[in-house]
Design a protein around this ligand. Sequence first.
Ligand code: MG
Ligand code: MG
Length: 261
Amino acid sequence: MAAGNEDAKGITVKSERELDLMREAGSIIAEAKAAVKDALAPGVTSLEMDALAEEIIKKRGAIPSFKGYQPAPHMPPFPATICFSFNEEIVHGIPNDRKMQMGDIVSIDFGAIVEGYHGDSAFTAGVGTISASAQKLIDVTAESLAEGIKKAEIGNRLTDISNAIQIHAESGGFAVVREYVGHGIGRALHEEPQIPNYGTPGRGPILREGMVFAIEPMLNVGTWKTKVMADGWTIVTEDGELSAHSEHTVAITSKGPEVLT
Ligand code: MG
Ligand code: MG
């Protein structure tokens, strides 16, 4: 859905029972995220981090969302539990034998399914000591997500979220990725609507209680433009500059935005 579309059709509204299953998926993801964040270190591979996340998700009785995920017939199914993206990689990096090095920044995306309901969350963190500019990128990305989440209120419009993210990101000196966006989430990993991380406020569907969104700004140091690597999955910045990603699954409730992950 492009920003400005006023048609709210196709956005599912979750019952309290469905929200409880999504809360459980979110809590499993939060546990996996914390464990992986603690284990990040020079010399550790992204595949080891994938095994750690998968162990936690399965131990708690959930299913990894991304493993085997195939958004289009021309794409290979995603082969791992987490997406693990180094430095200029924005999203969808495939875990492998690459070892983290001091000064890297890594963006890690987690998905879990509980009784058919998905959660989706990502963070970027530094490995050991990182540059002040890389730390600022990470901080402004997380803050931009927080600004977007504040707008996930009953009665607001969808692009109020988009605009809040863009304003914070660009005032911090960073560019917002255009081609990849947030999304509705529930029985499917990607549901309506698409949630761009930029745009004019006051457009799109009116937000209602029980909608659940994966809000996920991706910020670049240089150009917002991206390209896809030969593996068909890994998205990198066109200019090779650093990128960061921050994502939560957020329910719109009568008490305000509820972060599930
Ligand atoms: Mg994600
Ligand atoms: Mg997502």
